[in-house]
Design a protein around this ligand. Sequence first.
Ligand code: SF4
Length: 374
Amino acid sequence: MTEKPAETMIRATTHNVELRNVARKIMDNQRISVEEGVLLFEQASLGFLGILADHCRQVRNGDTAFYIRNFHIEPTNICVNKCRFCSYSHHFSPVSWELTVDEILEKVRAQDETVRELHITGAVHPARDIVYYGNLLKKIRETRSGLHIKAYSAVELDYMIRKSGMSIREGLQYLKACGLESIPGGGAEIFDETIRQQICSMKTPAHAWLEIHETAHQLGIPSNATILYGHIENYRQRIEHLSELRAVQDRTGGFNAFIPLKFRNGNNLMDAVQEVSVTEDMKMYAVSRIFLDNFSHLKAYWPAVGRQLARISLSFGVDDLDGTINDSTRIYSLAGAEDQNPVMTVSEMIELIREAGRFPVERDSFYGPVYPGE
Ligand code: SF4
């Protein structure tokens, strides 16, 4: 049998027999185990991972790289929690805010008709409840009926639903009836309980995060998933996190995309922890693409990593660069990200994707292509 070019490159990249065996499984589109995932993190070179991740991306998405016209609304940064890595909440940020419903609707009206998706996430405000957030969804829907509303991380949902006395299922059904269409992936951080206790002990526990997403999927509400990497966790804890997500996806198929989120050390209680290198960022993308064999999309959230790294990530398994954002998020700018006013025009996005040798495709919230004038 003739060897494929990628297989030849793999053989040239490593003499490690165990790694070659794992590579063979990946090239044959077989699932790899937790142990094999850890092996990739611990022993594979970046070049080796890049070849494999690129193969996995190519199988799922060809040469396409997606983007969306979107904006964010962050209703408040006043929070009942005190996560140690957070630079955003009123505990650590130099500014605090609570937008009124009118101010939020004004932001919705200010967007032009080509913007398709609204992402709402913020802090866990002690005085706001599920009725408030449900009404907000209804009013946004009345203001702009065609806008896809992706709203409220599992951490916000956990708080508002518990406060209401509803079950998770009832709370999500209520919000869906108000206009909730999908759920962002924030708040997952790292599922390992020992690390979670050290970095965000007050936060929604991992099992509740997973239950909220799985229940949402059962109700026809898709979601995204994330990991916060590059702080005090180890490789095994990262892979175990991915393994939990892969198991949910096997049962529901409800995750749209996975988004690795890099820990940034500006203005928070973990500022003594060094940020990881670009090599480590690309390893995280590549191993995620390889391990999460049942996720269709891997996203680089460019306001977090910067434009240059986002472009490089397209060679390490990423097929989605999120969106135009329109300078509407402060979560990463408060943590010291390069882009203090994140906004990317559609032409800039297209150029960035083309520079990486990929074919840019504007998408809707479910990764359907959007054609000009639609
Ligand atoms: S990360 Fe979220 S939940 Fe934690 S303190 Fe910050 S805003 Fe609150």
